[in-house]
Design a protein around this ligand. Structure first.
Ligand code: GRF
Length: 194
């Protein structure tokens, strides 16, 4: 077992595009005793991501990357990650699809949280589709990122019951609460392999 001093923690970047509740939760997790990761960088593809405010609040470096040209954007990110010695990436509501080339450079070191019980409901509008299909259960999944959207090896999942009265909004709220437990638990599960 690695000894976890501030220096030997796994330097982590969190990629976001929006609210950043998972980012906030991961930051808080990173400050808990014995946590194997430290959050050293926040990357967003838009300056409008509300989650960017956690950069100031927690004194974490942030980078906003324009994705007008994917190749250029990824090249920039790779260089920023290198400069900051980042060796683990958590996607948390990041709305851009990373290229094969990018993923290869961080093989096995990029994870994502998705609001469905994968392999069901890859992509967007997961809650709406689950309700429309009269699913009895939904949930969230943390998985490794590969070049196929939402298809990498599953690390952990949490299942919840869909209620008759659920709307996509109420279901999303309940699932997010579970996400905030699942993401840290998944990181703990894989941390010895990182
Ligand atoms: C989460 O529901 C996550 O599962 C999905 O995007 C959402 C991000 O929410 N990939 P937040 O920005 O972390 O609040």
């Amino acid at each position: 077992m690695k000894k976890l001093t501030g220096l030997s923690k796994i330097k982590t970047a969190v990629f976001i595009s929006g609210k950043g509740s998972n980012l906030k939760n991961l930051i808080q997790f990173s400050k808990t005793k014995g946590c194997p990761i430290s959050i050293n960088l926040i990357v967003s593809n838009t300056k409008n991501a509300k989650g960017l405010s956690y950069s100031n609040r927690y004194n974490i470096k942030k980078k906003i990357i324009n994705f007008k040209h994917n190749k250029i954007a990824e090249k920039k990110i790779l260089s920023i990650l290198r400069i900051n010695n980042i060796n683990f990436i958590c996607l948390a509501g990041f709305m851009k699809i990373l290229s094969k080339n990018f993923i290869k450079k961080f093989n096995g070191k990029i994870v994502n949280i998705h609001p469905s019980l994968l392999p069901k409901y890859k992509g967007l509008n997961t809650h709406e589709r689950a309700i429309d299909n009269n699913e009895k259960f939904s949930g969230c999944t943390v998985h490794y990122v590969t070049s196929k959207l939402d298809s990498g090896k599953i690390i952990m999942q949490k299942k919840i019951k869909i209620r008759k009265k659920d709307t996509p909004i109420t279901l999303a709220k309940r699932i997010q609460k579970k996400e905030h437990l699942l993401y840290p638990a998944s990181i703990l599960k894989i941390s010895t392999n990182l």
